[in-house]
Design a protein around this ligand. Structure first.
Ligand SMILES: Cc1cc2nc3c(=O)[nH]c(=O)nc-3n(C[C@H](O)[C@H](O)[C@H](O)COP(=O)(O)OP(=O)(O)OC[C@H]3O[C@@H](n4cnc5c(N)ncnc54)[C@H](O)[C@@H]3O)c2cc1C
Length: 416
């Protein structure tokens, strides 16, 4: 097909959702995907002989996540991560005692209240770090969770207004077969051309023209789902260039960093299924969040985020693996660390040229950037979509999916 009604650039969650919606409306669609696979930042790896999500792993906000009913429809098993989770918090190498756990809970509550109070008070947007408590025994640990692990960036770089608007609530579900598997299933049957990076998009005329190694494709409307990091870097040449305000919005929504290392050999840790293990950290110390034995599998996944993730990933896979093994040794002893199998999976999202990071956060004062990025261009014949465009569910697969649906509606209306 050389002239579809709608051309979709990118076969991640937003692109797959958009393509399905265009098809369902009876219009022709073609998806061009730069990678040799679908799913984008949601991909399930099987190198360890069991499914492991390199990117998205939880279906957040389950009650209004469009992927939850879709997963059920195609018969995938979902589990309630919140109900099954077995939490363990350590102080050094010992479990936190009851008084420490109570203090930890209070620190979480104080954090939430401080965010809500500052938002309610109004005034100019500030960084999250400026609004929340610090100095208490557990404040740095809560800040590391909320910043490095959840927002994927330190809280002094994150807009409070955007952080509050995009806060996750509701239940968190996990997909037994993996979220990447879910997306791949939802992409089945769509006209997707893989290994087809779009290098130039001319969108000024009555037909948009996409060019790359695949040749030239004309379309009446285009939905471009590149991560904001790539829009800001100009990896796809838009002709005419994207409006300055929109480019600035992409720059104001950088992608944070998270690195994961997944080991087999978790049995030696003696942990129950669906374990979640964290540890008190001091200000500036990297927090490693660990998940063990999901669905009873012999798996330990270790996550680090923010600047520590960026620095370790830049050092290389061996450095990340050594860092995580040392953390396992500190928490569970050297024998447990040695029992972890060699050749773990180490993620490389920062180095990935089609992502350059994990998901977007807004810079302080720039919470409005998501709305700007989502503004249709050329009367709806060019729409940007993706997680960064969603004002409420940014940073999630559910948000990316919904953003793709909205863009498809806009593009379809422009065809009428
Ligand atoms: C480590 C990590 C953990 C995460 N954890 C969670 C989680 O637990 N829950 C959750 O909901 N979300 C999570 N996310 C976020 C979630 O994965 C993303 O928000 C979502 O997948 C983004 O979808 P998207 O369609 O917006 O972008 P992408 O998935 O990035 O899709 C964009 C696609 O465009 C392609 N592309 C780029 N440039 C071009 C070009 N020039 N031509 C053609 N194609 C191009 C890319 O290859 C890519 O496939 C996580 C992400 C990571 C990386």
């Amino acid at each position: 097909m050389t002239e579809p009604d709608v051309l979709v650039i990118g076969a991640g969650a937003a692109g797959i959702a958009a393509a399905r919606a265009v098809q369902a409306a009876g219009r022709s669609v073609l998806v061009l995907e730069a990678r040799g696979r679908v799913g984008g930042r949601a991909v399930t790896d099987h190198r360890l002989g069991l499914p492991f999500d390199l990117g998205a792993a939880w279906l957040h906000n389950a009650e209004d996540n469009p992927l939850v009913p879709l997963a059920r429809e195609i018969g995938l098993t979902l589990a309630d991560s919140d109900a099954l989770r077995q939490e363990r918090t350590l102080v050094g190498d010992r479990p936190a005692n009851a008084a420490e756990l109570a203090a930890y809970d209070e620190a979480w509550d104080r954090f939430q209240h401080a965010v809500a109070a500052r938002i309610a008070a109004g005034g100019p947007d500030v960084s999250v770090a400026e609004a929340v408590p610090r100095g208490g025994a557990w404040d740095a640990t809560v800040a590391a969770w909320q910043g490095d692990i959840i927002a994927a960036a330190p809280l002094d770089r994150v807009s409070l207004a955007d952080f509050a608007a995009t806060a996750l609530d509701g239940r968190n579900l996990v997909v037994e077969a993996g979220i990447g598997t879910l997306l791949a299933r939802l992409a089945e049957g769509l006209p997707i051309r893989l290994s087809a990076p779009v290098e130039r998009l001319a969108w000024g005329g009555d037909r948009a023209v996409a060019e790359g190694g695949f040749g030239t494709i004309r379309a009446r409307a285009v939905i471009a789902t590149l991560p904001s990091s790539l829009l800001a870097a100009g990896t796809l040449r838009f002709d005419p260039p994207l409006p300055a305000e929109l480019l600035q919005a992409a720059r104001d929504l950088p992608l944070g960093q998270v690195a994961k290392v997944a080991f087999r050999g978790a049995a030696a840790l003696g942990l129950p299924d669906f374990s979640s293990i964290d540890c008190q950290v001091a200000p500036g110390e990297a927090l490693v969040a660990m998940n063990a034995r999901p669905f009873g599998r012999d798996l330990l996944a270790c996550h680090v985020g923010g600047d520590a993730a960026a620095a370790l990933e830049a050092e290389g896979d061996a450095a990340l693996e050594a860092f995580m093994r040392a953390e396992v040794a500190r928490r569970f002893g050297h024998r447990a660390a040695q029992a972890l199998a060699p050749d773990p999976i180490v993620t490389t999202w920062q180095r990935d040229p089609m992502a350059r990071g994990v998901y977007s956060y807004a810079r302080p004062g720039r919470a409005s950037a998501r709305g700007i990025l989502a503004q249709p261009l050329a009367g709806g014949r060019l729409c940007l979509a993706g997680e960064a465009c969603h004002a409420r569910l940014a940073g999630t697969v559910g948000g990316a999916w919904q953003s793709g649906m909205v863009a498809a509606e806009t593009a379809l209306a422009a065809l009428r």
